[in-house]
Every structure is written in C-alpha cells, then in structure tokens.
Design a protein. Sequence first.
Length: 323
Amino acid sequence: MQPRNMSMSGVVDLAAVKAAGEAKAKAEQTRTQAAREGGSGAVPPSALVIDVDEAGFERDVIQRSAEVPVVIDFWAEWCQPCKQLGPLLERLAVEYGGRILLAKVDVDANQMLMQQFGIQGIPAVFAVVAGQALPLFQGAAPEAQIRQTLDQLVQVAEERFGLTGLVVDADGAGPEAGVAPVPAGPYDALLEAAVRALDANDIPGAVQAYKNVLVDDPGNTEAKLGLAQAELLGRVQGADPQQVRKNAADDPADVPAQLAAADLDLVGGHVEDAFGRLVDTVRRTAGDDRDAARVRLLELFEVIGSDDPRVIKARGDLARVLF
C-alpha cells in the first residue's frame, strides 16, 4: 500500500514521482523482510570490513558511499602502527552496526590509490561520503579520539546526506553490536487512514497519520515515503506555477522562492532540475539559508529514493559544495 496520486488545480501530475517512490518502497520492504528472515537484505558483520584494490575501488568505495560512509584504512604489512590500528578499526566497524563500512587498502599493492589520495605516510585513514573524500587522521590514534571522529562522520553523513547505513544481520551481530532491531508492526490501519485522508484531499490529516506511524516505528519505509510525498503535496497545493517560477527567476537569491520552484520541478517530473536548483542554492548561500536548502534537498531525495541514480549524483554534487 502506497500513497496515491491526487489531482490538484494548477499543479502538474505526480505520477512520475509516485512511481519512483513506489519502486523505492518496494526495494526497501524487500531488504527489511530479508533482514527479518536473515536473508540477503542484511549483511553479516564480516561484510562490514572489506579489502579493496584499484580495480574495485569505484564499485566498492565510491558507489557504496552513496548508502553508507566508507572509512578507508591505508596500511601495509611491514607497518607496525598499522598492525595496532587495523584491528581496532575492524572492531569498531562491527560495533557501529552498519553505520560505517571499513575498506582496507594495502598500499604496496595499490600504489596508484596511495598517490591519488596524496598519502605521505601510513597508517592513514580517510572517509568517502556521497563520493567525496575526506581526510580523517594519520597514525595510530587513541581509541577515544577515533570514536569521536567516527561519531562526527556518522552524524554528518546522516544529517547532511541522509545516509543511514547498512542493515546488519541481527542473528550474526546481536544488539550488543549496535544493530537496531527490526520493528514488529504492522501498521496497516494507520497507513490506510493516511491514504483515505489523501483521497479526501485532507493533506494535514495524511501528514498526521504518517507521523503517528513514525512515532512508534521511526524506520517504517512506507510511512517515511508517504510523509515525504504528503508534505510535498501540501507545499505545492494551490500554488500558481507561473508565479512561482517567475519569482524564482526574478530573484535567484530568494531562498523560499527557489525551494518552491524546486518542489514544482519535482512534481512536474523534472527531477534533475529540482536537484540542480537546490544544489546551486546551497552553493550560493550560508547559515540558515544554506541549511534550509540542504534540508529541502534531502526531503526530495526521500521522495525519489536513495537508490535512484539521479539521487546518487545529486548527493555527490551536494558533497562537493559542502566540503
């Protein structure tokens, strides 16, 4: 069951957005169900630490960084500090329960990667978030310092890019490893109430119904998708598209005007235009204005779905603007 489309005077049809949202929800439901059953939707703790080489770097690091922060440990067999740091990072990767992925790079076998990252000495630890490389620290740092750095990385990844990490097989890790249990549900009655509210053009009622689900089950994929779509509907309902676009064109520095135009872009199926407009707004602004544009962009990512190539590209564009 997914939020249904609805016609609104002066607003372009939401069919394309709804279809993308349904595909996202279906994929996330499959992963969640697989996690319940210990299937392929969840990764075992051993998969949170991977060896990476030059040939697989794009696939294993860059692409994966669109769903989870990837911490890169540059090491070598002859490096004694590496032998101290490596096991600690591996233990923390499992302990963080899917909120980070640890990629280990043997610099002796991957000289090109070492040069590309400008590494002068090892161990050296970097992170890649939404395609953007960030230096973390060099040398065998104390565990408390490493934890603080990883906590900041996880916070930035979630708040700025909406990256919530990987689902970990609870049977293989256990709650002591920081793996969140899968909520029991179901919430069919509340979700159906939200759909009925949408059918009755009661957008505030639909928003509240989805929020009621999320209060009890913050990770519910249907409710998160439904809330994002309902809030988008609420923002564009009754809007005059021509006036909205004129306002945005007349004053590129007017952040509310750019947010309103981005909403209309997305509703009209112009996904790249919506994302590009908001990335440009983030680039041009600072402080509260920048944060408002960033948050709206993350909300629109939620409507389309994190697996969509356009979202992955836009996350990378956003990362390059922010860092």
